[in-house]
Design a protein around this ligand. Structure first.
Ligand code: T3D
Length: 269
């Protein structure tokens, strides 16, 4: 099929990446994995880009791996592990490490790895018609793309078990009330809200946001003593920036701050 599996739209200070296989609910093929990786790398390489918005075309965000690529042949188990090793695992690591906020606008079904890619983003906004489905149990797989790590931390073990073992759809409203996502919004308002959030990030102190992301990522595995040390170190870095000086000056002078236009911070090693 001749298709463009990923669309990229440029905005002032941020980019929108659209998963674009609507006829297959934006399920991942090899070509789509590769195109997404390139689109994310291009975004990261552009210092003027200070936020990323990820969404899907049509009625779905993403239905996970394209199962048409997975008609099982006996003895071909390695194909599956390769997809995780080559595509999903690097993707999840990259989304977590990008030195700017990533917003997922979940515009419909998010199933299988599609759900967990959305949940790996920093902010998840979901339209009211969206459904989060840990579809894996229905086809004999386990939640991947970080699902077994993310879910218990976000909603607790009881709900993580329920979602993973039953593969029941979770509505956007439930996802919000469980603390799995940031907000559920009317479908018609989703993209406007997501874009306005990205525009806000694009105008915010870029290094500060990158360091907040770094600190919160680390908190999930650090003990308190280690986290306090990390806060000290990252706050030292934040307080040395132009943006901090400008933020304080603007506050004292009772005017709007004019933060640096370019992002200088890179992903932590
Ligand atoms: O193998 C590895 O690499 C390991 C990694 C795995 C990662 C994973 O993500 S595994 C999980 C894969 N995803 C799923 O199991 C979800 C499969 N899809 C569904 O269960 C349902 O489609 C949904 C519940 C998501 C939505 O149902 P519904 O009724 O709203 O839509 P539909 O009619 O089922 O789907 C519409 C079309 O999209 C349909 O095609 P058609 O009949 O109109 O030609 C359907 O086949 C296609 N589609 C949906 N999901 C996938 C898909 N085609 C290929 N792969 C899909 N994942």
């Amino acid at each position: 099929m001749n298709e463009t599996p990923i669309l990229v739209e440029m905005r002032a200070g941020y980019r929108i990446i659209i998963l674009n296989r609507p006829q297959r609910l934006n399920a991942f093929t090899e070509a789509m994995h590769r195109a997404l990786r390139t689109a994310i790398e291009d975004t990261e390489a552009d210092p003027a880009c200070r936020a990323l918005l990820l969404t899907g075309a049509g009625r779905a965000f993403c239905a996970g791996q394209d199962l048409n690529d997975r008609l099982a042949k006996p003895g071909e188990r390695g194909v599956q592990t390769n997809t995780l090793e080559q595509h999903y695992n690097p993707l999840i690591r990259k989304l977590r490490a990008l030195p700017f906020p990533v917003v997922a606008a979940v515009n419909g079904i998010a199933a299988g790895a599609g759900a967990n890619v959305a949940l790996a983003c920093d902010i998840v906004l979901a339209g009211r018609s969206a459904r989060f489905i840990q579809a894996f149990a229905k086809i004999g797989l386990i939640p991947d793309a970080g699902g077994t790590w993310t879910l218990p931390r976000m909603v607790g073990l009881a709900r993580a078990r329920g979602l993973a073992l039953t593969a029941e759809p979770l509505t956007a409203e439930q996802a919000e009330s469980w603390g799995l996502i940031w907000k559920c919004t009317d479908d018609a308002a989703l993209m406007q809200q997501a874009e306005s959030m990205c525009a806000g990030f694009a105008a915010a102190p870029a290094t500060g946001l990158a360091l907040i992301k770094q600190a919160l990522n680390a908190s999930l595995s650090n003990d308190l003593a280690t986290q306090l040390d990390l806060e000290r170190d990252l706050q030292r870095e934040a307080s040395g920036t132009f943006d901090y000086a400008e933020g304080v000056r603007a506050f004292i002078e009772k005017r709007a701050p004019r933060f640096a236009a370019q992002r200088t911070v890179t992903a932590p090693e």
